[in-house]
Design a protein around this ligand. Structure first.
Ligand code: NI
Length: 186
């Protein structure tokens, strides 16, 4: 990452795929959260493009419906990490529950290889979700970098930019990243 390439507080002129990342300054980064949830029994459901796109679509919906800022993310084959900045007073756990529930509902309709819980219900996600409070901007940056490096540290790719399903490409100014996030200066 070359920090000097970035411009802070650039006015947003188009919603998608400007070549210049629009980095913002947030005064409340100390309330950002690092969220992790996994596929049911660590099944590698997220190796299917349609499945990943359904999840990312629901993530975009969470952002537009609830004003949750997306600072970083990575979709790994069997788990997901998100760095989110929820609006004051919002119950992020409820919103993550919606994200998991709605994405699971859609994913189940597109696939026939989904295993079931003991109740007989098909299951995409583990029920539990890890929620880490990022108390300082340094921790927020560390977690975003963790997301971007996760595919490399797991041996899936050689470079963060080789993994299509993370916010690395957006921070890098790529024109073909999956969607527009809310960036900060790394
Ligand atoms: Ni991970």
């Amino acid at each position: 990452m070359v920090g000097s390439e970035y411009v802070i507080d650039t006015p947003t002129t188009s919603l998608y795929h400007s070549n210049m990342p629009r980095l913002r300054h947030y005064d409340d980064l100390g309330t950002a959260r690092f969220i992790t949830f996994s596929c049911y029994r660590r099944r590698k459901y997220m190796t299917d493009v349609t499945t990943v796109m359904i999840l990312l679509y629901q993530l975009k919906t969470l952002r537009s419906n609830h004003a949750v800022k997306i600072l970083g993310y990575v979709v790994m084959p069997d788990h997901v990490h998100l760095v989110l900045l929820p609006p004051d007073g919002s119950k992020l756990g409820v919103l993550i529950g919606q994200l998991k529930g709605r994405s699971a509902h859609e994913i189940i309709r597109t696939r026939k290889d989904i295993i079931q819980r003991s109740s007989g219900q098909p299951a995409i996600w583990q029920r539990r979700c890890y929620d880490h409070n990022c108390r300082t901007p340094d921790v927020v940056i560390e977690k975003i970098r963790y997301c971007h490096n996760n595919p490399v540290s797991r041996g899936l790719v050689g470079e963060p930019g080789d993994w299509p399903w993370s916010s690395y490409g957006w921070y890098n100014g790529d024109s073909d990243c999956p969607f527009d996030i809310d960036g900060i200066e790394l």
